[in-house]
Write a protein that binds this ligand. Sequence first.
Ligand code: UDP
Length: 460
Amino acid sequence: MEERKGRRIIMFPLPFTGHFNPMIELAGIFHHRGFSITIIHTSFNLPDLSRHPHFTFQTITHIKEGEEDPLSQSETSSGKDLVVLIGLLKQCYAEPFRQSLAAEVGVGGETVCCLVSDALWGRSTEVVAQEIGVHRLVLRTGAAVSFCVYTAFPLLMDKGYLPIQDSRLDELVTELPPLKVKDLPVTVMKEPEDLYRLLNDMLEGARLSSGVIWNTFEDLERVSLLDCNSKLQVPFFPIGPFHKYSDDLPPKTKNKDDDEITDWLNKQEPQSVVYASFGSLAAIDEKEFIEIALGLKNSKRPFLWVVRQCMVRGTEWLESLPYGFLENIGQTGKIVKWVNQLEVLAHPAVGAFWTHCGWNSTLESICEGVPMICTPCFSDQHLNARYIADVWRVGMVLERSKMERKEIEKVITSVMMEKGDGLRERCLKLKERANFSLSKDGSSSKYLDKLVSHVLSFDS
Ligand code: UDP
């Protein structure tokens, strides 16, 4: 680890797993380069801070004494819920964030080099950073391609693709091939004005920043990165995949359940297990849950399935499984509430990842060379799925509307039986390219050096 005493970076993640994880990984990367790290975190969705002893946390709260918690009823099971919730978070935390940043910068001792805020916090964090006199970088936790699509919204409106009409869902967006209308990240919303506002604010916030850090690598998204860069005109740093800087990241603490899952995986044949998980937010209804259960069972392959508490709408956990399901599957299937996904994907027993195509899950799967079955649920997941299947060609799509037991069995068999026309080989090649980007001569390593110099140049 490099020594860089007296230099501090302040980070402000959005409080959701898919945003917090890459921010904390980035914190680890900066920490390894000798910076001290302070993380300003909302009291909403506060993570277990004891897992991150290398960093200083400042918790900010939005609850005013004697007033009702405006976030208490918020849900996040669909794209629309999420947009509304992020809007509320931005409102509630604007002032607590301003006060916390001002206090941190005013502390003295170490020089605060910059703020790194999640892109979705938008313009207001830039206004605060300017007022306090600190440079601000933006972390974009999604793919570059989704960002490009957001920048193209005005064009898509001009051309009549947006708002989406149901009759055009299967049409190719000729300006953004190979995306189809149904891949655009607004499909579940009939009234997307709140979303347009949120994205516009994110884009403006990025344009005004001192640079954008991307959790992606150049070889994967060269064209999209160039496109974003030409639109933003700020320095850009694609230094991903963050989670593979394993030497730089503080070790993760393990719990008993992780050991149990590893023991179970150790007993399975190489590349035999279907790992199914829809990330940290997506919810499904009971009918879908039953089809998934029966599809997995009928595929006759061992499976590891993450069903989060309350992920199935209207139920606590597994109570709507078909009668006798767990007894019938015995040791061939394992249902758990959460896994250490990085470890699971890296395990040699895992042969396919049935995923909702959140960007972190996508990158994590690419890095382990695991073929994907893509069932996107909302927002950018649809276009990630299109790129996985049609551009990088490391997975197959199983649309949510077709998620029925027979179809599930069919797609699992195709992926596991290598009917995917060299699918596994392509996955391994892409894994190698991801690894190369992090090697000494790789693009991500070079961009990281540039990023560190850029950050240090702020106080000279
Ligand atoms: N994750 C995990 N265990 C689980 C499910 C998810 O560790 O059982 C992690 C996963 O590794 C990823 C994150 O949660 O880093 C989910 O982020 P993603 O962008 O894939 O989806 P989101 O949850 O934002 O929809």
